[in-house]
Design a binder for this molecule. Structure first.
Ligand SMILES: Cc1cc2nc3c(=O)[nH]c(=O)nc-3n(C[C@H](O)[C@H](O)[C@H](O)COP(=O)(O)OP(=O)(O)OC[C@H]3O[C@@H](n4cnc5c(N)ncnc54)[C@H](O)[C@@H]3O)c2cc1C
Length: 361
């Protein structure tokens, strides 16, 4: 997801780009995510991260329309606001405090998010009655959602339209600095390039060491469920519940530290469905048709890492937790940095040195 966005942006800017991708057996959060373009929970305690996220989502409509033009794929991007629904008084109080703290950090005008009570919330869902325990929700017009698989497909088609190429089944095994660039060995082939961007999700840490950087990333599993198609009943995406353009309802997602295990569990599914039915009891009438587990890519503080290697100038690393949300920014800012050799000010605070880790020898 991250590499595809950067590659698309680079090719669109006129660079000659090759994407080397491990293939279908790789861990791919890009194929298992929830599809939110989400701002309201991103960056409390980290104002630059909030601004980066908000700016990315502000640019999402243009990004989606550019991609549509380049690829012919309609991403079903909608930005009419998103909700985090509270069940019980304690959750409501916690959410109100969160909003208050965020407004204090970001400024009341910048953090566009408010708590709405149960009655106002019910008015937003005329076709779905709230469960009796629902107390209200935070609502932010900053949030939206998109079809993440269409996004991937559009970025890949867009890359090829701008003469970039995509090489599946090429797991990078070695990156070597040469006199005027890099050689990248995938076992079956060696590719040469003036510059290299490592954006390999959970494979990033291993590859980053080859250019003298220590970028710690770890997996966190999220399980997701999908229902049968139904009438449009949920006009707004919610954290953990969204109706897709096709009519299915996605229910998610767990947060589990289980290492590199993409399996699914009855306990995980039961917890998600219990919560969903407590929010909207009508969901109990729908049939579940699909479910999966996928691994998030997390740094120690959950924030993104954007860095150019000092040991190997011209080699970059990009990784983040919200690759869908940040895709518009990745396609715009990262290519500018790679091509112009000047780190954009918006990205200055996102180096891995904040984890107090020394570069590898
Ligand atoms: C359950 C769940 C829900 C999520 N919901 C959202 C959401 O609503 N909104 C949002 O913004 N984000 C969401 N995310 C996060 C989002 O999916 C990720 O941020 C994004 O996919 C990360 O992109 P990535 O390219 O870093 O990693 P991935 O998507 O995991 O891709 C990594 C790529 O690197 C390749 N690779 C790895 N090693 C090598 C190698 N040695 N050589 C060549 N290629 C290699 C793999 O083939 C793969 O294609 C969610 C994630 C999960 C798991």
């Amino acid at each position: 997801m991250v590499g595809a966005a950067i590659a698309y942006g680079l090719a669109r800017a006129g660079a000659r780009v090759r994407v080397l991708d491990e293939g279908d057996t790789a861990f791919r959060a890009a194929r298992g995510n929830f599809g939110l373009t989400w701002v309201q929970t991103k960056g409390l305690g980290n104002q630059p991260y909030f601004e980066l996220t908000r700016n990315s989502v502000d640019g999402w409509a243009d990004f989606a329309s550019d991609l549509h033009e380049a690829s012919g794929v309609d991403l079903a991007f909608r930005r009419n606001g998103g909700l985090i629904i509270c069940v019980g008084e304690e959750e409501a109080e916690k959410r109100k405090r969160f909003i208050g703290n965020f407004k204090q950090q970001a400024g009341h005008d910048n953090y566009d998010c408010d708590f709405i009570d149960r009655n106002a919330l019910q008015d937003l869902f005329p076709n779905a009655e709230l469960g009796p325990e629902v107390t209200g929700a935070s609502f932010s017009p900053m949030d939206g959602h998109v079809n993440p698989l269409f996004l991937l497909r559009a970025m890949s088609d867009g890359l090829q339209k701008y003469k970039g190429s995509f090489h599946a089944g090429h797991a990078v095994q070695e990156i070597r600095k040469t006199g005027n660039g890099f050689e990248v060995n995938t076992g079956s082939q060696i590719f040469s390039a003036e510059k290299v961007v490592i954006a390999a999700g959970l494979g990033t840490g291993h590859l980053a060491q080859m250019i003298g950087l220590d970028v710690p990333v770890r997996p966190q599993r999220g399980q997701i469920l999908v229902t049968d198609r139904t009438e449009p009943v949920f006009p707004y995406p919610m954290s953990g519940l969204r109706q897709t353009d096709e009519g299915t309802v996605m229910i998610g997602a767990t947060r589990e530290d289980v290492g590199f295990d993409t399996g699914t569990t009855v306990t995980g599914y039961a917890g998600m469905t219990r919560r969903a039915v407590a929010t909207f009891p009508m969901l109990a009438q729908l049939r579940l048709v699909r479910g999966w587990g996928a691994l998030r890519v997390l740094t120690p503080d959950g924030g993104p890492v954007y860095v150019e290697s000092e040991a190997c100038p011209g080699a970059f690393v990009a990784t983040c937790h919200s690759g869908v949300t940040l895709a518009a920014m990745h396609a715009k800012l990262l290519p500018r940095w790679v091509l112009e050799d000047r780190k954009p000010t918006e990205l200055q605070t996102f180096g891995p040195e904040r984890f107090h880790v020394q570069p590898a020898a």
